[in-house]
Design a binder for this molecule. Structure first.
Ligand code: MRU
Length: 368
């Protein structure tokens, strides 16, 4: 998708030096566009833990490239030592953030690609190729999510006789959360490309403000009409008939259809149900947890209370500042995700098509 009118991806190998992976430092967006080099395996862990990169798909892609960087640092002269190093690194990487399913999914896929290769050189090549495939597949799956989701938007547009379709989204399940296109935003981009008139309400998404800082910025870069709203505004807009549909992303979806997504998603799903508004969740299959039967089992990340008691922004001189917004010593609780039960989800939009959020339908779609 576009940054200053140029098509970019969120992660890439440095064209000058294949031992360096580059990402945008998303902590600084939209105020500063900084390309952060990941040179050592621990850089990938830090980038995920400290949210230089975030969002399910990009966490998975960064894990893939982190494993590639680890093959460059592993001991080269014995295969067993090499794999021991990789296993140890994989465990550390997996602990970087707990909720997004794509992290473990990518690590397992990388280990499976590296294991059969013989010798350090071959293992490094296998890792580079597998990491590239994870990234390319993520982009392709999101593109396909866009085509399936576009038809849902088209149906609403036709019902409204071409009048503008208003979509509400929460957090950032845009291209910045993936390698390209995004999950929740892909249908929006595809519908815009098909000439459908639409507009997006963007939840600010406290405490980290992924909506205000990232989604609103990326939609503006793509010239999609959008309006930023406080997290508490969505229900009111729904009651007033100002929202036609909700599309959100997912960090982990159980194979029974429960959805973990950014904190506050559940409240939007409740409001959507009360107002008879369709609530869609867009996700690539890499986000589906085939072992977990219930959303109550999903590990929910708890982050620093300081994210709640402070807020980051720029001052009038464009300097990035962090301000405390609560009295010193105020206790705060910072759950990063919540679970929306399958019964509140109108449908899941996946790379294979649109499906009801229940075990039978999900398994049928993926042939399991
Ligand atoms: O904490 P983050 O920014 O990594 O959270 C991820 C998200 O942006 C959202 O939960 C998103 O809606 C789903 S991830 C595609």
């Amino acid at each position: 998708m576009k940054v200053n009118k140029k098509n970019r991806r969120t992660i890439w190998i440095d064209p000058q030096d294949p031992h360096i992976v580059r990402v945008f430092d998303q902590r600084l967006l939209p105020w500063k566009i900084v390309e952060e080099p990941l040179c050592r395996p621990e850089d990938a862990i830090r980038a995920i833990r400290e949210m230089y990169v975030r969002g399910a798909g990009l966490i998975g892609a960064t894990a893939g490239y982190g494993m590639y960087l680890a093959t460059l640092a592993a001991p080269v002269n014995d295969d067993a030592g090499f794999m021991n190093y990789m296993q140890g690194y994989a465990e550390e990487l997996n602990a970087a953030r707990p909720t997004a399913r794509n992290l473990k999914w990518a690590i397992d896929r990388m280990l499976a690609a590296i294991r059969p290769a013989v010798g350090a050189k071959e293992k490094q090549q296998a890792a580079r190729q597998a990491a590239g495939e994870i990234a390319d597949e993520d982009a392709d799956f999101c593109r396909r999510i866009g085509l399936h989701g576009r038809e849902l938007i088209r149906a609403i547009s036709e019902k409204k006789k071409g009048e503008r379709v208003n979509i509400l989204t929460h957090c950032n399940a845009g291209w910045l959360a993936f390698v390209d296109y995004g999950s929740a935003t892909a249908p929006i981009y595809a519908a815009r490309d098909a000439g459908i008139d639409l507009h997006v309400y963007v939840d600010e998404t406290r405490p980290w403000n992924q909506g205000a800082r990232l989604t609103a910025w990326e939609l503006q870069q793509e010239e999609i009409p959008c309006t930023l709203i406080c997290d508490n505004t969505g229900g009111h807009l729904m009651q007033r008939g100002m929202v036609d549909m909700v599309i959100v992303g997912s960090d982990r979806t159980t194979h029974t259809g429960d959805v973990a997504n950014k904190i506050g998603t559940y409240l939007k799903a409740l409001a959507a149900r009360d107002n008879n508004i369709p609530f869609y969740v867009a996700l690539p299959s890499s986000t589906i947890d085939w072992e977990m039967d219930s959303g109550s089992q999903i590990p929910i990340e708890k982050r620093s209370p300081e994210e709640v008691t402070s807020v980051m922004g720029v001052d009038s001189a464009s300097r990035i500042q962090t301000l405390r917004i609560a009295a010193e010593g105020t206790e705060a609780l910072n759950y990063s995700f919540d679970v929306t039960p399958a019964r509140l989800v109108s449908a899941l939009i996946t790379e294979r098509g649109v499906t009801a959020a229940d075990q039978e339908s999900i398994h049928a779609l993926f042939g399991r």
